[in-house]
Design a protein around this ligand. Structure first.
Ligand SMILES: NC(=O)c1ccc[n+]([C@@H]2O[C@H](COP(=O)([O-])OP(=O)(O)OC[C@H]3O[C@@H](n4cnc5c(N)ncnc54)[C@H](OP(=O)(O)O)[C@@H]3O)[C@@H](O)[C@H]2O)c1
Length: 238
């Protein structure tokens, strides 16, 4: 199957791998981002670049003007910053992460959802982090937990008009975002393998895609424990 897909955050990491994989599968692909150089590289591979800052609602709306109807919309753009000192909470950093990961998703929905119709699909890239509270993840985890609720609610509201909604919750993937991490990342997945699993799940019309299963299983198990037990177990992480 091929069609038309628009992917946000396509200039790097997971979004780039998704854009190239869909292109290779014969899809017409629009790839969004801010970095002009990396978007130009994508254009060479046949991906139509759309350059805008997702936190700017007007710029996002302008990017949608003149686009044709889409079969698939993948809202993937995001960033990860850690709250290093919760006692002296960095409110500006918190706002920045929420704006990039959650508020910008709202701007993208306003701009691009009208391009989806009956039989099409919206996919939102959340994270496995929202299964378990992790240290220093106050901003990133809250933004991704917000996306979980957003996707679940959209699923209820869009099914009546025949638009499917998929929430993608990956574990660690080897991308520039995780290259900055200085802690162990269990089951770190190559980015092309992550893209392959997402393409497969979306082709099957799955409402939830999460991987790698061994890591997700562990997070879900720990997340299901009484909170006191997790607090004790997590002591060595802080
Ligand atoms: N890597 C992981 O382990 C992992 C795990 C779970 C979930 N995720 C999620 O997967 C998604 C992609 O992450 P990644 O690992 O591929 O990170 P990445 O390599 O850093 O790529 C992030 C992408 O988001 C775009 N972006 C960020 N802020 C933006 C803004 N204000 N406006 C427009 N575009 C913006 C970037 O565009 P520019 O560079 O052009 O600005 C880039 O294309 C994120 O939502 C992330 O939370 C990643």
């Amino acid at each position: 199957m091929s069609g038309r897909v628009l992917i946000t955050g396509a200039s790097s990491g997971l979004g780039r791998a998704l854009a190239l994989a869909y292109r290779q599968a014969g899809w017409q692909v629009w790839g969004c981002g801010r970095d002009a150089g990396r978007l130009a590289e994508l254009a060479v591979a046949g991906v139509t670049p759309l350059r805008f800052d997702g936190r700017d609602g007007s710029a996002t709306a302008a990017a949608a003007v003149g686009l044709p109807p889409l079969d698939l919309l993948i809202l993937n753009a995001g960033s990860c910053e850690y709250i290093k000192d919760a006692h002296h909470f960095d409110g500006a950093l918190f706002a920045q992460v929420i704006e990039t990961n959650l508020v910008a998703t709202g701007h993208a929905l306003a701009a691009f959802l009208p391009l989806l119709g009956k039989g099409s699909r919206l996919a939102i890239v959340g994270s496995a982090v929202s299964w378990l509270p992790l240290p220093q993840a106050e901003a990133y985890g809250a933004s991704k937990a917000g996306l979980d609720y957003l996707a679940a609610s959209l699923c209820l509201d869009l099914r009546g008009i025949g638009i499917g909604v998929t929430l993608i919750r990956p574990g660690f993937i080897d991308t520039p975002l995780t290259a900055r991490n200085h802690f162990p990342m269990p089951c770190l997945l190559p980015v092309d393998e992550a893209a392959r699993q997402i393409l497969k799940g979306l082709a099957a019309g799955r409402d939830q895609i999460h991987f790698p299963l061994r890591f997700i299983g562990l997070l879900r198990l720990l997340g299901a424990l009484p909170v006191g037990i997790w607090l004790r177990l997590a002591r060595h992480l802080t």
